[in-house]
Ligand binder design. Sequence first.
Ligand code: UDP
Ligand code: MG
Length: 294
Amino acid sequence: MKTLDIIVPFYNEEACLDHLIERFLTLRNSLASRLDVKLILVDDGSTDSSVEIVRNYTGKCDFIKLISFTRNFGQDIAVSAGLDYSKGDFTAIIDSDLQDPPELIAEMYDKLLEGYDIVYAKRIERKSETIFKKLTAYGFYRIINLLSEIKLPPDTGNFRIMTSKVRSTVVAMKEHQRFLRGLIAWAGFKSAPFLYNRDERDSGETKYSASKMFKLALTGIFSLSYKLIDLIWILAVFLIILSIFAALFNKIIAIILFCSALQISATGIVGMYISGISQDTKARPLYIIDTIIN
Ligand code: UDP
Ligand code: MG
């Protein structure tokens, strides 16, 4: 029988995990005649009772694996660890807070069998998400697609199912500045969207503060695009033209301030790329595991 691994990263989700695992068990039973389904739960350094909750299940169910990090490394690194340990014919990725209904994985699997390597869930509706979140998400996809030759499907998170071919391709990419959706899009396999309504969070709070979201957006942009380097040259030309005009009006101080602001942002842009290189040359492991069960 074919095998499917479902990877779930979690970080301080003690209020959601029982519900998630119950719904997973129902899904596993409903697919039992066609697929052997395993759950890979990756603890991204939780400090609440999340790990204890998962441990209770791993004793009874050998098809539930727990990978526990020594500290918080970030959602995409947690998913990457899950991918490293996934051995199934197919691998799905889903959040732990039940915003993505696990039952849909069965339908996404059927769609995959129509001849795709990736079926990614695309959000039609985002229930109860703040205007701020909706606007920033909207802006992020448009900006990244403007800056990058690799096009990301808009309104798409990590929720998806893929063949082992895609999984092993992504596993082979060891870069640290890691934006998983971008790496998968870059790999370029045959993919199809699966439209769904995103539910409300089961319980608890989002684990993404505004600053964490901003950092993720920057990681996405800098891992996919080098166009910002071009932008520096465009700015330089713009500055030269501006200085010609300034000579006419004598607004020297404003121009000096403006120039230094541009210089600083240019340095910042270059710094981001260099920091990416420096992280990769350090060759540290992506994550450190404290415990593995099953
Ligand atoms: N998550 C994680 N590490 C983090 C932040 C989040 O593993 O540092 C997990 C989180 O527990 C959830 C998923 O990633 O399973 C998505 O996070 P969240 O629901 O907070 O994001 P949102 O849906 O609000 O964008
Ligand atoms: Mg969520």
